[in-house]
Design a protein around this ligand. Structure first.
Ligand code: CA
Ligand code: CA
Length: 367
């Protein structure tokens, strides 16, 4: 039934430059956004403004889809079809907005296909084959305001189904908060990307989305809603199951090792004393993040131990060369004995147990 409707949608408004074998209608139909949602989008975790399966059945055919937005809407075009010889063009009240092939419409790629802020008004999407290309196509225009809300610190899982789709998540940020983005699992890594958008739709990061990938961007500088997009490869077949954790972090110390200096292995140790006992099952060195802020490289900690009588976490570091380092505790990664995730500075006090100067490395470390 939906397919019949889509055929109607795509065929009932021939182009003004319609080919001779296309029928002409006097007036284009106008479809209300809410109507489209109800008809086309039930069961989708990321409601779209448009979700269309169509087909260019005859050489030279153009398909046209008209829709009306009642309010300003930020969208991304999510191509589900790996065809370089079929293209789409979006036109709106101000003229042409975008024109790309279906195979190069990465929805997380700000270079070719950034999020689009559409004003209220009437729009048309034209799908066209290059030369005599024919075949089926599918896409969604995702409404980012309808992204699924996530709670930082609580792992979440999802599925790209089909594997070519984009999933969108959102969470609220207070200016200055910092988060560690971690892929906990991904059963089909090929070609998936993820990106974070700030409240204005500008990209904070974009990178490959593989089983152990992580991103640790600088403190987020705007208060408002951030959007996380996870986009399947356009060549994907099958579905992709994944889980992700967006963890709030507590930045505890920032140190600089002077030019030319080398801090020997374990010369520096870090201690965090918690206000209550920790569940040992959630003690992990992956919850301690040391980053060289000059190179951006993450440094794996050497070892981590926890003494339940003193409630003290003890972390030793590898050899550190000159550079500026930032150390963060992924506080949401730790849990107390009641199973609660820690919520930052209220739950622990931190210190360096051994200062570098104690090891005869004058001026090696300074604030
Ligand atoms: Ca999905
Ligand atoms: Ca896609």
């Amino acid at each position: 039934m939906a397919r019949d409707r889509q055929q109607f949608l795509s065929r009932s408004w021939p182009s003004r430059t319609a080919r001779l074998n296309e029928p002409r209608l006097l007036r284009p139909p106008q479809f209300d956004l809410k109507h489209l949602n109800r008809v086309l989008l039930s069961g989708d975790i990321n409601p779209a403004v448009l979700a269309i399966n169509g087909e260019i059945t005859a050489p030279g055919e153009q398909d046209h889809i008209a829709f009306t937005l009642r309010q300003p809407t930020r969208v991304v075009f999510d191509s589900l079809t790996n065809r370089s010889d079929i293209s789409w063009q979006l036109d709106g009240p101000s003229g042409q907005i975008s024109h790309q092939s279906f195979s190069s419409s990465g929805s997380v790629n700000p270079g070719t296909n950034p999020p689009i802020d559409l004003a209220a008004g009437d729009y048309s999407l034209t799908v066209d084959g290059t030369m005599d290309a024919t075949g089926s196509y599918a896409f969604r225009l995702l409404d980012l305001s309808s992204a699924t809300s996530i709670e930082p610190g609580t792992p979440m899982s999802g599925q790209l189904s089909p594997g070519t789709e984009t999933d969108a998540y959102k969470f609220d940020v207070v200016e200055g908060e910092r988060f560690f983005f971690e892929v906990e699992s991904n059963n089909n890594a090929d070609g998936i990307t993820w990106c974070l958008l700030d409240p204005s739709g500008n990209q904070v990061f974009q990178s490959g989305f593989v089983g152990s990938a992580s991103e640790y961007p600088p403190a987020l500088i705007y208060s408002g809603t951030y959007t996380l997009l996870i986009e399947g490869a356009i060549s994907a077949s099958g579905t992709v199951d994944y889980s992700v954790n967006v963890q709030p972090t507590q930045e505890v110390l920032f140190h600089t090792i002077a030019p030319g200096a080398v801090l020997p292995e374990q010369a520096l140790d870090f201690r965090a004393t918690f206000s209550e006992a920790l569940d040992p099952n959630y003690l992990s060195s992956s919850n301690v993040v040391l980053v060289n802020t000059v190179t951006g490289a993450q440094v794996a900690v050497n070892s981590l131990s926890y003494d339940n009588t003193t409630r003290q976490l003890h972390v030793l570091f590898p050899v550190l060369n000159e550079g500026a380092y930032q150390l963060s505790l992924l506080n949401a990664g730790f849990r107390d004995l009641a199973g609660n995730r820690l919520n930052g500075g209220a739950d622990f006090a931190v210190s360096f147990g051994v200062d570098a100067s104690d090891k005869g490395i004058p001026n090696a470390i300074g604030e």
